[in-house]
Design a protein around this ligand. Structure first.
Ligand code: ADP
Ligand code: MG
Length: 264
C-alpha cells in the first residue's frame, strides 16, 4: 500500500471520505494496494481502521472521493474474531465449507469443494480439527478457521481486522508467520492492528491512521515519535533493539496532548 497510488494497484482510494450520520470517520484518504503488498494499518480506537477496510471491500460507500478496484478482483475479508457468534452449531470443516462460492443450486458440496476444504485446512495446519465444534477452539485456531474460509475463495487480496487481538504471544507469532508465508506466495494483505511492537514493527509497510493518513512507509520511517504522537495524540518514546524500533507508550493522562483534527 502506498499513498501515491500506482497503475497496477488492486485497489485505489482517491480522496476518500467516509462518514456515519454526518460524522466523518475517514477524511481525504489517498492510497493504493499493489499486488503482493503486505501492509498494516495502525491507529487508536475509533481512528477509522475498520472503516478503511470496509471502504476497500465496498461495504461502506464513501461520501466523497472514489474507490477503484481492479476488474474481477477477488478479495476476502476476515472480521475480528470477537464479533462472531461461536456457539453456532457447526464443525470446523462445515464452517469453512459454508464459505464456498457455489453458483450451483445443489446444497451439498461437490467432491472438488470437499477437496479444496481439505487442502486449505491442511495448509493452515488445522486438518486434525475438522470435526471439532468451532466453539471448542482456541483463539488462534478460530483465527485460522477464518483465514481458511477466506482462502477458499482464492483471493488476490486478503483483509484482516485485528487478526491478533486477544490471542497469546505464541499464537500471534503463528498467525504472523502464516500471513508472511501467504504473502510470500503472492497474496496481498492489509491488516489492522493495535500491536505496534508485536505486529506492526514486523511488517514491510505501515499506514498510520487518525481519520486521515498521518504517515505511511516502512516501520523504520513510520514508527517514529513524531508520527506516532500525531497518530495517537499521546507522547511516545521509540527505542531501538536489535535494529527494530520499540515503541514505549506512556498513556498516563498527564501526557495526553490534544489531537489535531483535520476536520472541525
Ligand atoms: P477503528 O476500527 O479504528 O476503531 P472504526 O472505523 O470502527 O475505527 O470507527 C471510526 C469511527 O466511526 C468511530 O468514531 C466509530 O464510533 C464510528 N463508527 C464506526 N462504525 C459505525 C457505524 N456503523 N455507525 C456509526 N458510527 C460508526
Ligand atoms: Mg476496528
Amino acid at each position: 500500500m502506498s499513498v501515491a497510488a500506482g497503475q497496477d494497484d488492486l485497489v485505489r482510494l482517491d480522496q476518500v471520505t467516509c462518514a456515519y450520520g454526518g460524522q466523518p470517520a475517514l477524511v481525504n484518504v489517498d492510497l493504493g494496494v499493489a499486488p503482493g503488498q503486505f501492509s498494516g494499518v495502525v491507529g487508536p480506537s475509533g481512528s477509522g481502521k475498520t472503516t478503511l477496510l470496509h471502504a476497500i471491500t465496498g461495504s461502506v460507500r464513501p461520501v466523497a472521493g472514489v474507490v477503484r478496484r481492479a476488474p474481477g478482483l477477488r478479495l476476502a475479508y476476515v472480521p475480528q474474531v470477537e464479533t462472531v457468534n461461536w456457539s453456532f452449531p457447526v464443525t470446523v470443516a462445515e464452517c469453512v465449507l459454508m464459505a464456498r462460492n457455489t453458483g450451483r443450486l445443489l446444497p451439498w458440496p461437490s467432491r472438488a469443494e470437499r477437496a479444496a476444504v481439505t487442502e486449505v485446512l491442511d495448509r493452515l495446519d488445522i486438518g486434525a480439527l475438522r470435526t471439532r465444534h468451532i466453539r471448542e477452539l482456541s483463539g488462534g485456531q478460530q483465527q485460522r478457521v477464518f483465514i481458511a474460509r477466506a482462502l477458499l475463495r482464492r483471493p488476490q487480496l486478503l483483509l484482516l481486522d485485528e487478526p491478533t487481538s486477544g490471542v497469546d504471544v505464541r499464537t500471534r507469532h503463528e498467525v504472523l508467520h502464516l500471513l508472511s508465508d501467504l504473502n510470500a506466495d503472492g497474496l496481498a494483505i492489509v491488516l489492522t492492528t493495535h500491536d505496534l511492537n508485536g505486529i506492526a514493527a514486523h511488517l514491510p509497510h505501515l499506514v498510520c491512521l487518525n481519520r486521515e493518513i498521518v504517515g505511511s512507509g516502512p516501520p523504520r520511517e513510520v514508527l517514529r515519535a513524531e508520527v506516532l504522537e500525531r497518530t495517537y495524540g499521546v507522547e511516545v518514546e521509540v527505542l531501538e533493539h536489535a535494529g527494530m524500533p520499540i515503541v514505549v507508550d506512556d498513556f498516563n493522562p498527564g501526557n495526553v496532548v490534544p489531537l489535531r483534527r483535520a476536520v472541525p
